[in-house]
Design a protein around this ligand. Sequence first.
Ligand SMILES: [Zn+2]
Length: 297
Amino acid sequence: MRTMLACAATAIAMMLAAPAPAQTPAPAAAPLFATTRVEGTDNVYIFRYQGHQAMFIVTPAGVIATDPIGRYRPQAVTAYIDEIRKITSAPIRYVVYSHHHYDHIAGGKPFKDAGATFVAHKRARERLAELSFPDITLPDEVVDDKRTIELGGTTLELIYVGRNHSDNTLLMRLPKEKLIFAVDFLPINSVNWRNMPDSWPFEWEDGIKKVLALEWDRMIPGHPGPGGRLGTRDDVSNLLAYMQDLAAEVKKAADAGKCMDTAIREVKLPKYATLANYETWLPMNVERYCLYYSGGM
Ligand SMILES: [Zn+2]
């Protein structure tokens, strides 16, 4: 009995520690963390720790950092700040949260201690205040629809494109560099994470169209893309097509009275079978749309 309990505890601990939602887990041989400068830019960096990524921008007037990615691993945040310090001694002026999910934003205290101002969507602050998960630094400043941060010659736009993977996601855009940083709501070459918890599937589609209407060439994702590559406009269009086709198929199944369990087993989208996590997460994605079509949820 003791062994069984110990095993269960270990399994739960492993689940809690697992980076999620990782579309493409870093290979086992990959170093624990890495910092890379985005090609073609002077000052835009990606900090990856295991399966999570954050963007940071270095300017002569200070650093704009994003998601601390330190849930259950304070060493990730220490490593993040050390990596910034290898590049610049300029003050860390901002930490911008992509959205309120803990796996991306827990662990920010060392940034706070370094004097950073924390910025997030207004609903992220409301959600975080209500949830009171330990080891979360509440945002100091909030964004409604849009805010532009100008610092040391760099312009960073924080744009709210509506409810999607959460109800408080901020898209970050560097207009001069034509780069965006998008976390969790624009997975590259993958189906959506599990049963799309906390999501607004149809407003999400509208948001994707808004993202496509903006000017940008490359996307930094919140989890490493396939082979570590950046995202493209085609990746984003493909995600929209996948979500539209999935919604249409599940609607048919719902109308035929097949939601939920039969639809979860039967709905397949062979056109998208090469997407990452298709076998494991498609049935869960189906469940999300079944809940909408058959239950209004
Ligand atoms: Zn998330």
